[in-house]
Write a protein that binds this ligand. Sequence first.
Ligand SMILES: Nc1nc2c(c(=O)[nH]1)N[C@H]1C(S)=C(S)[C@@H](COP(=O)(O)OP(=O)(O)OC[C@H]3O[C@@H](n4cnc5c(=O)[nH]c(N)nc54)[C@H](O)[C@@H]3O)O[C@H]1N2
Ligand SMILES: Nc1nc2c(c(=O)[nH]1)N[C@H]1C(S)=C(S)[C@@H](COP(=O)(O)OP(=O)(O)OC[C@H]3O[C@@H](n4cnc5c(=O)[nH]c(N)nc54)[C@H](O)[C@@H]3O)O[C@H]1N2
Ligand SMILES: [Mo]
Length: 858
Amino acid sequence: MSEERTVYKSTGMNSFGIGANVAEVDVADDRIVRVRPMRYDKEYSADYLKPWTIKARGSEFHSSMKALLPPYAYAYKKRIYSKNRILYPYKRIDWDPRGERHPENRGKSKFVRISWDEAATLIADEITRVKDTYGLPSVFIQGDGHGETKVVHASHGCATRLMNVLGDDWTYQARQPDSWEGWYWGAKHMWGQDPLGQFDMGNLLLDIAENTDMLVFCGCDMETTTWGWQGQIPSQYCFWLTEIGVKQVYICPDLNYGAAVHADKWIPVLPNTDAALMAAVAYVWMTEGTYDKEYLASHAVGFDWFEYYISGKEDGQPKTPEWAAPICGVPSRQIKALAHEWAKRPTSMAHGNGGSFIRSCYSHEPARFEVALMTMQGLGKPGRNVVKFIEWYMYGLPSQQPAPCYSSNMTVGAAYRGWDFVQTKSFITKTLVPEAILGDYTYEHPLTWQGYTVAGWPREDQYKTYQYPIPGAQGIHMIWTDTPCWTTCWNGGNRMIEALRSEKIECVVAQQPWFENDCLFADILLPINTKYEERDIGQDNGAAPFGLIYLEEQAVKPLGESKSDWEAVGEVAKKLGVYDEYVEGRSLEEWIQLGFESAEKPLDLSFDEFKEKGYLAAPTRDDWEELPRGFELFYKDPEGHPLSTPTGKVEFYATALAEHFPDDDERPPVPHFIPYGRRHQESLLHPRSEEYPFLIVSNHPRWRIHANMDDIPWLREIPTCKVTGPDGYKYEPVWINPQDAAERGIEDGDVVRLYNDRGWVLGGAVLTERIRPSVVYQDHGARVDPIEPGVSDRGGANNLIAPNKTTSQNAPGEVTSGFLVNIEKVDVFELAQQYPEAFGRAYDADEGVEIMNWIQEA
Ligand SMILES: Nc1nc2c(c(=O)[nH]1)N[C@H]1C(S)=C(S)[C@@H](COP(=O)(O)OP(=O)(O)OC[C@H]3O[C@@H](n4cnc5c(=O)[nH]c(N)nc54)[C@H](O)[C@@H]3O)O[C@H]1N2
Ligand SMILES: Nc1nc2c(c(=O)[nH]1)N[C@H]1C(S)=C(S)[C@@H](COP(=O)(O)OP(=O)(O)OC[C@H]3O[C@@H](n4cnc5c(=O)[nH]c(N)nc54)[C@H](O)[C@@H]3O)O[C@H]1N2
Ligand SMILES: [Mo]
């Protein structure tokens, strides 16, 4: 074996910067030997770095000197060498651009290997043909999402750069604020917090440690989603909170992994009924007078409207704990106990990002109720704030950083070659893509919605109406995706499959390192390499206690004929004769250098010195302890530090909603508990629940990041990751309460079918009291393994059967958790007889369905 060398690689999956979780990767003989955590003090002394310490209640919590990587980082090596890697360009056998295209066979027919030259020519010719036939708006780019954290070789959106060279009216898939739906469409109208609906979180690790007695984790798993973005430091912080006596209460339908190890108390609520629970807490405070009236007088408007609703004057129903109990499944005495303790002791609320119910029907309502409760107890007073435990250093602004911050906002963003959408006039909000394709829309009778978003536009954008197609344009006829996981990550995936197989769509191009999910439905596949095969520059904010930029040297040579996304799109640019414009005249090395030069650096370091050292760290700010905490400034001086609401105060009555959407009873100006309505009937209170008596909780996966990493043997062998069926297939676990299981004759390890009127998916039953009755839990993002494409799935991709509809009438967010299903035991051997093709696919238990099922041997 030749001598080992070590390179730095960020291991995060956010796609750029956030939570990059940097590792040292040891390499020998063009193979990755092992992955180890980075040490921040390798090249810089502690005197320079100034690691922080939080001191409170006689104890100390220290920032770590090495990266606290999540398990995925170590296991990812297997992903690089996965059997599923797409190693060569491919074309679907029965897709002929000059003859029959057979869209109905997408997801069924196989692929044949072609050359890069052929693939790039085919794509360039299709773009030109579609443009000439229908116009540029008919080319649709899906180029955004999470993925490997990369910069020049950006994992998503390189094609948007190419399209910008070609014109200003190609159609872009704009992302709605997925992580933040409820905050974005709801809370923002109540407490501002532009652009995302959550913002003022400065220095809250310190504030909580010093002042908070009770921390309420409402929809938060400190041992899963914080791992994904932030690594292990939030977990360590929570262990420390236990040590110093901060009570941790978890409200969630499942005793999730964080609750299992940190919770002093678990309140198992029914999915998406938090608004009722919180309304009852407000009722207790109102009737017992245990809320902060002075604070409300100076910091809020419209409280009397809220009181009018809660007291029952509006609808004759006081929102008592006894009213709420059967709705949310929490006994009234527990609701009262929570209300009493909360009113007595400084209480903060904690989230990862919101909880999967923040992506459910009418999710703006629970988000607003949370703001209401926090405001009633004096939001921003010591120990009374709302903290988010992922993306600690997200925007480089002290007001956004719960953890002590660094001295500079060092970013290599100037070198980022990923998505750049602003120049195009035409877009479809992501949740509405299947509808846009399958519906009969013309620019004279367009599909319309409110808000551009891409997770972060100012509140006023929500009052704007957008349309597809744009005036004068035709609908889309070509899809080019570098994010081929719509089916398992968005809402109503089965409908997306139908759209992908529509005859309106003449060409589907997918570029990805692995053959999975939407790739099955493509006509042309481009092989993409992983970051380990690329040379790049990197940036970490979020996971490390210090700001970091680093050189990412190539670890191993590209596998097969794979190229980076940036290079792959470059091949198409060459065929279109616009390569120089696409790369803006710069080589890879020049882009890397530009990233370094343009970063705001705390230290005078030349590019050569940077390359020599491998990384640069920004130390902790000297004044971090003095920086404002959460809503402290607003609390102390609401006139001097107003919120970004129209009145500058917390609006219990949202004045702008009243003005712009006076008739919207799905999102009225005052927060309401809305179990179901015209749009959604996903509630146990609705008659539909007689047929589908369970609410499914579809969380962010414990052993994946969304669609990523479902084929890693080291993860798949972990007992909680998969359930091995009697046929040897590893099914995606479904937690079910033993009581519910007994009634249906389901036993531990049985294969079960989750179904509703949108289709069915399989899973492996796990009988556990960790899920409350009437609820089943299955993670999202499992790899699609179609039984009948568009109807049923063996992999357990439950997003396929999530609602097709958006959050509410004027809020086009996703609805991906908290919807109705039924569950029944199935006999896999019978299914295998019924669907021989699907159940007969070559399968490797360690990695899942094999790519070879879809490849035609030459
Ligand atoms: N049921 C349910 N669904 C949800 C949610 C939920 O709570 N419940 N949450 C939602 C939220 S908040 C989010 S953010 C979304 C996430 O949804 P996405 O961001 O779409 O999901 P990812 O799986 O992270 O990544 C996108 C794709 O990029 C691929 N990829 C990774 N690296 C690269 C690369 O270098 N190049 C290329 N070309 N591809 C790459 C991955 O394999 C994957 O197919 O899911 C949403 N869906
Ligand atoms: N491991 C891992 N980490 C990740 C990701 C990943 O896919 N995998 N994705 C990243 C991304 S893009 C995001 S946006 C964040 C998301 O971070 P979060 O929003 O925190 O994640 P979720 O899994 O959607 O929800 C967290 C918890 O909410 C609880 N919950 C579900 N339904 C309800 C309900 O109706 N009421 C209440 N009170 N609780 C409920 C469940 O216990 C669940 O574990 O995570 C990031 N980190
Ligand atoms: Mo997200």
